[in-house]
Design a protein around this ligand. Structure first.
Ligand code: G4P
Length: 549
């Protein structure tokens, strides 16, 4: 496609083709409790987006697709999703990026980072279970970032809670208003179909009854005898009562409240039966916001249509392709256009780097990408230049807001019995800590050969041991330490400080910042008492002070 049409104004700042591409980007993630149906919904979204021709091609718990990295075998063994990938599909003129997030709570930090790269989220709820623990936590992350949220109530083909009860549960637990766009006509064994409130149409569900006429039924009145001919009287009566209540109490949809994360357009369906997924996608097409403007560390806000290319790294992943032993930096593009081979300014390193090898992802397949636009995610092959949180730009200097790290809560000392393999261990833990899979702490007196590893969840240790063996051929010993807390001491001006009183043992993190590891809250209180001018921060912004803006 040509860069500009012959009729476009002769203004180097305006690039209609680029702007069109950016404006049609929609980037979102699904948040849910495990088992609510995220894998199934993802598969059906891709199917409806025309990417998957045979449902069942997405990596599922049964591992239907060949894994590109052997350690993904662990995911399949354990039936959990550890990696997160990005999937792209077209839907009615939109280019949709679906960011997959790991389901297990021990990988919540990875999920958090992924949500930073999303512009909206879909909260998936099991009709029988309602708002579950993990959904609530992920919802809070979205709320904190004011991400607009759609709600999809899944498994309507199964017995579940009454829809009004569910809506009430969501509203009271999450303090977010729901605005049902669709409503189920019956649930479970009595599920007849879905009523679309704005289209005023009932979509009958084929389900168990293959003879069911699935042609949409326009609804002019709920007393229309045509409805009574098709729908069981008790189902129709309950539906009528519910919908009259919903129509009567809900006002107009408030788009701004949605964009502020305060009102959620809600739809019902069954991902497994691919029922209601297209209705959800239509809603998504109409209402999902395009790439959001992004805040930076200065007053400057980066807007997606800005001429310069900007982006930030939100995820690192080593050894995605075992054949190439590579490392990929996932970059969320915030403004402008990406072109393979382009030179960008790397803000932390304060130097120019070339983005030579870039790819986009379709489930676990990777394709080289030559161009991408604000809203998209590109994976760039990394030779050690990138870290999570890095900002890059072709224009004026810009540093995006930090991606906070979660404070580790579990600690262990790692060692290898074979002294010849110590260097390999160092390399392995360094790479995995750069990926954000673990946090690394070095005792300056012992050095790198005996690192201490900090994690947020137990399963991260398991993955660490597995990957060190699988990817680096290391048979490691992991001994838990009694540490429970890591704190980064900072002086009054916010600079890292290692000059502490109270006989505190000082470690270094992967960026050489001083950090104290403590066994209990009491120790922390002691440390604070001994060092009243020091702030003991629960995470460190490792890069802020290095920027010269
Ligand atoms: P997750 O990624 O959120 O963990 O959930 P996943 O999609 O793996 O779905 C969890 C289970 O719920 C699966 O059953 C899946 O088939 C089922 N499921 C998902 N959506 C629906 C739905 O709309 N209706 C019904 N009835 N079931 C649904 P499973 O028994 O673990 O696997 P399978 O043998 O069904 O594949």
């Amino acid at each position: 496609m040509s860069e500009s049409s012959p009729s476009s104004p002769v203004n180097p700042q305006v690039n209609p083709q680029k702007d069109r591409e950016i404006l049609r980007r929609r980037t979102f993630a699904i948040i849910s409790h495990p088992d609510a149906g995220k894998t199934t919904l993802t598969e059906k979204l891709l199917y409806n987006g025309g990417i998957i021709h045979e449902a069942g091609e997405v990596k599922g718990k049964s591992g239907t697709k060949a894994a590109t990295s052997d350690w993904m075998a662990l995911e399949q063994q354990r039936g959990i999703s550890i990696t997160s990938s990005v999937m792209q599909f077209e839907y009615k003129g939109l280019r949709v990026n679906l960011l997959d997030t790991p389901g297990h709570k021990d990988f919540s930090e990875d999920t958090y980072r992924t949500l930073v790269a999303a512009d909206s989220a879909v909260m998936l709820i099991d009709v029988a279970k309602g708002v579950e623990d993990r959904t609530k936590k992920l919802y809070e992350v979205c709320r904190y970032r004011n991400i607009p949220i759609f709600t999809f109530i899944n498994k309507c083909d199964r017995e579940g809670k009454a829809p009004l009860e569910l809506i009430d549960e969501i509203e009271t637990t999450l303090k977010m208003a729901c605005w049902p766009v669709t409503w189920p006509v019956g649930v479970g064994g009595l599920f007849f179909g879905i009523y679309h409130r704005t289209r005023k149409v009932i979509y009958p569900y084929e389900g168990r009854d293959n003879d069911q006429d699935t042609a949409p039924i326009p609804v002019t009145s709920f007393d229309d005898p045509k409805l009574a001919e098709r729908i069981r009287p008790e189902v129709l009566a309950a539906f009528k009562e519910e919908i009259e209540l919903v129509d009567g109490t809900l006002g107009e949809f408030n788009h701004q409240a949605f964009l502020d994360g305060k009102m959620s357009p809600t739809t019902f369906g069954s991902a497994k039966q691919d029922f209601g997924v297209d209705l959800f996608l239509d809603l998504f097409k109409d209402w999902a916001p395009g790439p959001a403007a992004r805040k930076t560390k200065t007053e400057h806000v980066v807007k997606p249509l800005d001429a310069a290319f900007t982006g930030f790294v939100f995820k690192m992943q080593a050894n995605m392709d075992r054949k190439h032993r590579d490392r990929v930096a996932f970059i969320r593009i915030c403004s402008g256009k990406f072109e393979r081979g382009m030179k960008v300014h790397h803000m932390r390193l304060d130097r120019e780097v070339r983005l030579a090898f870039s790819s986009q992802f379709l489930a676990q397949d990777r394709e080289t990408v030559d161009e991408a636009y604000a809203g998209d995610i590109v994976g760039v092959n990394d030779t050690g230049l990138f870290q999570i949180g890095d900002s890059i730009t072709t224009g004026k200097k810009v540093v995006f807001e930090d991606i906070p790290k979660f404070p580790p809560e579990l600690f262990a000392r790692l060692s290898v019995s074979d002294a010849m393999k110590r260097q390999k261990l160092q390399k392995g833990v360094k790479q995995l800590s750069e990926e954000g899979a673990i946090q690394l702490f070095i005792d300056p007196h012992v050095g790198h050969q005996d690192p201490i590893i900090g994690v947020v969840g137990e399963l991260q240790f398991e993955v660490l041991i597995y990957r060190l063996e699988d990817e680096y051929g290391l048979d490691v010993k992991l001994v838990r330490t009694p540490f429970k807390v890591a704190r980064w001491p900072k002086d009054k001006s916010g600079k890292p400080c290692a000059d502490l009183k109270g006989n505190l043992q000082i470690f270094r993190d992967m960026n050489e910042n001083p950090v104290v590891l403590l066994e209990q809250e009491w120790d922390l209180n002691w440390a604070k008492k001994e060092n009243p001018d020091v702030e003991f921060a629960s995470s460190i912004n490792t890069v802020r002070d290095q920027y010269q803006l």
